[in-house]
Design a protein around this ligand. Sequence first.
Ligand code: G3P
Ligand code: MG
Length: 410
Amino acid sequence: MAVRAPGSSMLRLASRLRPPAPSPRSCVPCHGYRIQSRRTLQSASAPPIPEFAFAFDIDGVLVRSSDPLPRAHQALAYLQSQRIPFILLTNGGGKHESERVDDLTRKLEVPIDTSMFVQSHTPFADMDEYKDKTVMVVGGVEDRCRLVAEKYGFKSVVTPGDILTAYPEVWPFSQQLLSYYKTFSRPLPAPIDSSSPPSSLKIDAIFVYNDPRDWGLDTQIILDVLLSEQGILGTYSGKNGQASLPNKGFQQDGQPPLYFSNPDLLWAAKYNLPRLGQGGFREALEGVWAALTGGEKNGVELKKIVMGKPHRPTYEFAEKRLMAHRKHIIGQYDGPLGNLKRVYMVGDNTESDILGANSYVSGEGVDWASVLVETGVHVRGTAPNHPPRKIVKDVWDAVAWAVTQEGWKV
Ligand code: G3P
Ligand code: MG
């Protein structure tokens, strides 16, 4: 990871922030707060080992769309100066982790690397079982998510834009966007030929990587795959609607799995009110699916795997990444690493950040404490659906409150 060489202000900050070894009473001024050495050192050579760490949400906590939020730099720079481990844990995505951490390092003026970063589709990188198959990647700007999937090792990646460019009649209502899609679409690995299914394009898995930009096209193409035989485009499964079959025969004919990376209905973007996210697209898709299949009242569900916060697999993944990162940054100092006892999950969205931390039972016995900020989706003064351990104004107040809980002084 190319960490941007810290500018003069970063160097000055870093040199000022590094707490003098081992005099617990020394104070170093920075950004208006004082860093006092903290707990008595276990041994003269080893700085205090924090038994706690942080997981920071990004949108609505550290940035609003691309603008860093006030005191975000201060909060992260302080933690780095105190060697208190943290990761960034976002339901966002759309670019490779290496690109996003470069962006964030630049915006937040704090060195961030991929060992301390988890985004919504990061766990897709581990899905080796699909890397030699043909997968459909949906969402994001142009075909950036295809490029991410290829960087993860997926060898045959198709997008709805590729299908529209090859067969414009597949979705009549994006014709005006054809010239746009032609700038980044690619030829299909196989034709769509309903007269010869064995040689027709077959999709083995569908991954929604990021917020779709063309809900109409993406909905039509995903439905075509889910209603097909075996994921073969241009076909329609004869099992669909068969009452004698489970789920009334829908998704009972070897259709591919459907993965969503992010459940967020709403997220905090630049606009003053929260905007619809990937979860909004999924709800719309589920609505059309229900209209087509009869839906739940007809005993039909849309079988799917939804990842991202608040879901457990994402917290398990994040905890592993945080423990490895903690070992990396603390391991270089002598003295016992000790156990990680508590993670402060700082978020702006009660449905993802707070619910996720509140309901996560760590296999390592780590206590995940949720802290809700008022700089994003959550509106100050409203009652949160899922009560956090603490509500604070912004990310700096979250850090100050948490380290004080741990007996450290800011
Ligand atoms: O698309 C991103 C959005 O859903 C939320 O991102 O960083 O707040 O988890 P984040
Ligand atoms: Mg957020």
